[in-house]
Design a protein around this ligand. Structure first.
Ligand SMILES: [Fe+2]
Length: 265
């Protein structure tokens, strides 16, 4: 969303800490109406349950990443509901759009959040990438966003990088999902291999858990806070798995760890 402006990287924020913990919430598909249902489940309720689960535990995040499909009905009310759910966490938030999001309404409603920003924290660079393309379900970074990614990898030379984007840049052996992934994944990985500092890619969109390695780059996907799709399905098929969220920890020695948390209802 924040594109390169006059050759500069915008929203650069630097934090020194031994470790940085990130809470990833993805695909909440909220409606302006808090009773709105996504395929039978009330998305406001399930997001609230996920956040309540996080708050009841002892694991504490330093940052929140929202990785797209934040609104199902592209309404201002849906994004206001998102803020009502997320703001009480009292944490810095980075939001990344998915195919269901409206960038203008997102900008208006989430103006105090980082929007596809770059953060330098605990020796890592965390970068949010905008893979949404207007009117399409599949994702594409496009030349401008790839140029920004290239510049971020360049100025992060010698430091590990983690990228957050909505669309998975890999196939999941699920025919219908693989048709709507990241179209310019080859360009994405070409840049990653050129700079050799991208360590982790964190996605949403597929509404299922996955954990793959693309050479030395780990690519993880996080299930939705509402509804999941069946892994390996050739055509659209729901899964009965519960809502979920992801914990990530980035350490100053260059290591990281991640854990998926299912929230039984
Ligand atoms: Fe989604």
């Amino acid at each position: 969303m924040r594109k390169q402006e006059d050759g500069k990287i915008v929203d650069r924020q630097i934090v020194q800490a031994e470790r940085t913990r990130v809470l990833q919430l993805t695909d909440p598909h909220l409606f302006a109406d808090r009773d709105g249902r996504l395929r039978g489940r009330i998305s406001w309720q399930t997001l609230s349950a996920v956040i309540e689960h996080y708050l009841k535990g002892s694991w504490r995040a330093d940052l929140v990443y929202l990785t797209g499909d934040l609104a199902q009905d592209e309404s201002l009310g849906a994004y206001r509901n998102l803020r009502d759910a997320v703001d009480p966490l009292g944490l810095p938030v980075d939001a990344i759009p998915g195919n269901h999001d409206d960038p203008d309404i997102m900008h208006e409603a989430l103006s105090t959040y980082g929007l596809c920003s770059m953060r330098e924290t605990s020796g890592w660079t965390l970068i949010g990438l905008d893979s949404r393309q207007p009117g399409e379900v599949a994702g594409r970074l496009g030349p401008e966003e790839l140029k920004r990614f290239d510049a971020v990898l360049e100025i992060s030379s010698g430091r590990p990088v983690a990228a957050f984007l909505h669309h998975p840049p890999i196939d999941l052996q699920s025919e219908w999902i693989d048709r709507i992934g990241l179209e310019d994944r080859d360009s994405f990985f070409d840049l990653a291999h050129k700079h050799a500092n991208l360590k982790l890619v964190v996605c949403g969109h597929a509404h299922q858990a996955f954990d793959h390695s693309e050479g030395s780059i780990r690519v993880v996907g996080t299930p939705s806070t509402v509804r999941q799709f069946k892994p390996g399905a050739a055509q659209y098929e729901l899964d009965q798995q519960p809502p979920a969220y992801r914990r990530l920890e980035f350490r100053a020695d260059g290591s990281f760890s991640t854990e998926l948390v299912w929230v039984e209802q």
